[in-house]
Design a binder for this molecule. Structure first.
Ligand code: SF4
Ligand code: SF4
Length: 168
């Protein structure tokens, strides 16, 4: 079942600013992500998911020449990933995309959608009741779409295999 933001019945963006990572931490403990770090390394075929940083923090050509044409499994880590301690940024410094993982905002044709990463070991691609509550009852789906409207640079092109869980 694909959720719809219209189910919420509240116009996106009318609520107060909500701290998504705090809300999401109710269903995904930060320590799990700190240990996993799966979202902080990128392969050639999903490097488009690298979060948006200002040019002075991460230059646009950061990944140029870092992948191996013969090794599609090669992963390149975010420059802020400390191998020992995880992300070296404070929570408030992290890009929005990092604060909603394993969710992504993607554009599929004319549709703007929220997708679930297929590789997250917590959800295994399953839309749990807790995730539905987060998106619908807590109105975070609307908030995420609203943020994407204001910051379209965070919207990624749809990648096959990412489960669409909510339509905008
Ligand atoms: S900013 Fe932090 S959380 Fe985001 S990809 Fe980089 S290391 Fe991971
Ligand atoms: S794959 Fe899941 S558990 Fe791992 S860092 Fe990403 S959101 Fe966290």
């Amino acid at each position: 079942m694909i959720l719809s933001s219209s189910l919420i019945g509240v116009k996106a963006g009318t609520g107060k600013r909500v701290e998504t990572s705090i809300m999401l931490s109710k269903i995904l403990k930060r320590q799990i992500c700190a240990d996993c770090r799966c979202c902080c390394s990128f392969k050639k075929d999903n490097v488009s998911l690298f979060p948006v940083f200002s040019e002075d923090k991460v230059p646009a050509d950061y990944f140029d020449g870092r992948f191996d044409a013969d090794d599609t499994a090669k992963e390149v880590a975010c420059p802020f990933l400390d191998r020992k301690n995880g992300c070296s940024l404070d929570e408030q410094e992290k890009p929005f995309e990092c604060r909603i993982w394993p969710l992504h905002v993607m554009q599929k044709g004319n549709d703007r959608v929220i997708t679930l990463s297929p590789s997250c070991p917590v959800f295994h691609g399953e839309v749990t009741e807790a995730l539905k509550t987060f998106l619908i009852d807590d109105r975070m789906g609307n908030y995420i779409f609203c943020h994407a409207d204001m910051h379209p640079e965070i919207v990624k092109d749809y990648i096959e295999g990412y489960q669409i869980i909510m339509n905008g």
